[in-house]
Design a protein around this ligand. Sequence first.
Ligand code: HEC
Length: 164
Amino acid sequence: MKKTMTLKTRLLTGLLLSTALANPVFAQTDDQAMLDRGKYLVKLGGCNDCHTPGYLLSEGKVPESLWLTGDSFGWRGPWGTTYAPNLRLLMQTLDEDEWLEMARTLKRRPPMPWFTLNELDTEDLRAIYRYTRHLGPAGEPAPEFVPPDQEPPPPYALFPSPPQ
Ligand code: HEC
């Protein structure tokens, strides 16, 4: 009797242990895959080019801890002067569904390629969200938009007026 109990107990313990171990492991692999995908998309999608300070001019040599913290480099054109916002702070204010809604309907001034963001599929948008949230909040908000009739402080890139 004692032996049977021991065997049962062992089997049960083994079963419980493997279930307990298996689930977090699977979950972690899933999460890691989403984070990797998010990082890949942020790099390939050019988000860092504008939303990470100094990224373009340093050939991408900006520590990941500063990625997507926004930039005070201005983009000046007929629309005024825009600044790429701090996405690390933005994501803290949104839950995942709010982000999906925002990204699918987003429309902003140049040079934000919002029309490309609108077309990303749901899993890609989720991956970008989770990766950016995973990096955590950091940095300051980017400068406020400057209307077309006002001179922004340097540095900024000046776009020519579009042809009439
Ligand atoms: C060529 C530069 C550029 C690239 C590339 C770019 N952005 Fe932007 N983004 C901007 C600028 C500038 C703004 C602000 C536009 C404005 O003020 O109307 C902006 C605005 C946004 C906003 C709106 C934020 C808010 O609070 O209103 C989101 C979200 C965003 N970008 C996400 C992304 C993501 C994700 C990527 C990569 C897939 C990306 N951007 C690529 C320049 C860029």
